[in-house]
Design a protein around this ligand. Structure first.
Ligand code: ZN
Length: 364
């Protein structure tokens, strides 16, 4: 986290707003001297009605990009060969500073490029003649949120408690209608698939175990035993174990469903889908991959995919999500990921939301 030279006063002192004249105005303060900036710099707290906000400008942020060569190719464009030999054309106006081996390139431009920059040194540039220019005075490390874990003992207990009912959860019953007992049994033991009556009778619990075998959480969902579809009426039947057993301080830091499997076989490629159920079904249809699930569309992101960085990955977004996931994959590739996104479902005439397991049931 960056601390700027000038920031809004954190005390409760309110002043008269230069715009609406109400006493709702917060000044900017010099964080080093404690002095206020002139009375027109500040923000009015009447966000709906007034919106006055005059901040000392920050200038353009630029990131340090080390290069092998950087040459003007026209009066508007420069050719940069980075330290990995990757060639980029950069608008010369976006090179904010340069020396023999490094240059600072504007964040605005880098965001749309494939140049890797996010952990690089950065600073702010300005040609502005503003009397008060903001700048970073120090950088504080961002606070890391520490994940809570469920104990293996709790997992064992819940698995054994449910087994003593001598019945199957609805999803397992559906799987047994479609696959052999041995196939389903292997999938259950690989993924620790567990039935539970904690929230609803014969619901299914999906354990999120990470690659260090820590249990990050468990999602509980109810399925229809005949169709294998989620029960979403009269409400979406979804909950988390830590909520069901009332652990209010549990800090949920999700990981990919199935992540514990990645260390079991380094020869296998990784396949990523959205739904946990689909990962399980695909592990039966195509056992040559290690199947993982994001659990939601938005969980296809760096934080969850990071443990897969060195592995070859293939992602299969649900129908309609191809564009989103491939944009994300492009960003991840620029950070060194080996990840391809399949458009197999986009080419079908199925409706949006259709997933790879639906497709395999259809062609089998
Ligand atoms: Zn105001």
């Amino acid at each position: 986290m960056e601390v700027f030279k000038y920031s809004l006063d954190k005390s409760s002192k309110k002043n008269n707003c230069p715009n609406c004249k109400k006493q709702t105005f917060v000044f900017y303060v010099d964080t080093e001297t404690g002095n206020y900036l002139p009375a027109d710099y500040g923000r009015c707290d009447r966000e709906q009605n007034c919106k006055y906000h005059k901040a000392p400008p920050k200038g353009k942020r630029g990131y340090l990009i080390p290069f092998l060569t950087l040459k003007n190719v026209s009066d508007k464009a420069s050719k940069l060969v980075d330290v990995n030999g990757v060639i980029s054309m950069i608008p010369t106006s976006q090179i904010l500073e340069q020396n023999q081996k490094n240059c600072f390139v504007s964040e605005w431009y880098l965001k749309t490029s494939t140049i890797n920059y996010q952990n690089n040194e950065s600073k702010y540039f300005s040609k502005n003649e503003e009397p008060f220019l903001n700048q970073v005075v120090k950088t504080k490390p961002t606070e890391l949120i520490v994940s809570s874990y469920h104990s293996l003992k709790l997992q064992d207990k819940l698995i054994n408690d449910y087994k003593s009912n001598l019945t199957f959860d609805n999803l397992t019953a559906f799987l047994l209608d479609n696959f052999s007992f041995d196939e389903v049994d292997k999938a259950i033991s690989d993924y620790y698939l567990t039935g539970t009556n904690l929230c609803w009778k014969n619901a299914t619990m999906f354990w999120q175990m990470d690659n260090k075998e820590h249990i990050r959480g468990a999602k509980i969902m109810l399925y229809n035993e005949y169709t294998g579809k989620r029960v979403k009426e009269p409400y979406n039947h979804i909950n988390w174990l830590h909520k069901a057993i009332k652990e209010p301080d549990f800090n949920l830091c999700q990981c990919l469903f199935g992540l514990h499997l990645i260390n079991k076989d380094y020869q296998k490629n990784i396949a990523i889908v959205e739904s946990e159920k689909t990962a399980i079904i695909m592990s039966i249809f195509l056992p040559d991959f290690i199947w993982l699930a994001t659990g939601s569309k938005s969980n296809f992101k760096f934080e969850l995919l990071e443990p897969l960085k060195k592995r070859s990955c293939f992602a299969f977004p649900d129908k309609g999500e191809f564009a989103n996931w491939s944009n994300k994959a492009k960003e991840l590739k620029s950070k060194g990921f080996k990840i391809e996104v399949s458009n197999i479902l986009e080419q079908t005439s199925f409706k949006n939301g259709f997933d790879l397991a639906d497709y395999y049931f259809n062609i089998n």
